[in-house]
Design a protein around this ligand. Structure first.
Ligand SMILES: [Zn+2]
Length: 227
């Protein structure tokens, strides 16, 4: 029925070893999963040194503005998968994202879990979000979406998954490991997930400046998802 979850299911794919952590999710999406769900977008195939940073669950006051500032310092562009309810609460921050030249995507109005909600309720929540966030991009909350939901939504949206999970939402991993995940697993065309949320902020603000600096130094640039 489904996919992998942002907050469950999977493993730490660490070169030859497959280390499962307590919550069991993949830091790097395995080839097999991409092959099973070819209609979803996991990365942007390219040989160019381009990375697609994404930030989920905002806008969040005090967090999103700092992310925007960091991106600006490195001339980096990114894609923000915002929650409709947060955009309604903080329209000025949402506007700042858009006017800074970043891309925005629909992450639903209320962060519904696709596995636990009937299709019609799920679709209604996505539609409600689309009234405030005009975008052709959708990312399912928790990465959990049923086949039936993906089949329907892909007619209206590019469904954007990811290749690299920073794990910034995970209280059981250290900020150093969060950074290491991204430095080690990101390659040209990778879509990388962070969260501009309070919960993720400690790891986010430890890892993001170093990631921006290191990859820039190595000739990479950061762009919006090109759809
Ligand atoms: Zn989310």
């Amino acid at each position: 029925m489904l996919i992998l979850g942002l907050c469950n299911l999977a493993s730490h794919n660490n070169s030859s070893s497959l280390l499962f952590n307590h919550q069991m999710y993949f830091f790097k999406t395995p080839y097999l999963l991409k092959a099973i769900y070819p209609s979803l977008i996991w990365n942007i195939p390219t040989k160019d040194k381009v990375i697609y940073l994404t930030f989920d669950d905002g806008p969040t006051p005090g967090i999103t503005e700092k992310v925007l500032e960091l991106l600006k310092q490195h001339d980096a562009k990114a894609t923000f998968f915002c929650l409709g309810k947060n955009v309604v609460a903080h329209p000025d921050i949402f506007q700042a994202i858009v006017s800074s030249g970043h891309h925005v995507g629909n992450h639903s109005q209320n962060h519904l879990n696709g596995w636990k909600n009937a299709d019609e309720d799920y679709f209604a929540d996505v539609k409600l979000c689309s009234e405030t966030i005009k975008s052709s991009l959708f990312r399912p909350p928790y990465g959990r979406i049923k086949f039936s939901q993906a089949r329907f939504l892909k007619n209206q949206y590019k469904i954007i998954m990811w290749e690299v999970l920073s794990g910034d939402f995970d209280k059981f991993i250290s900020k150093e490991n969060c950074l290491k995940n991204v430095l080690k697993l990101t390659s040209p065309g990778s879509i990388v997930v962070f969260h501009d949320s309070l919960k993720a902020s400690e790891k986010l603000f430890y890892a993001l400046p170093i990631i921006l600096k290191e990859f820039t130094k190595n000739g990479f640039r950061f762009e919006t998802i090109p759809y």
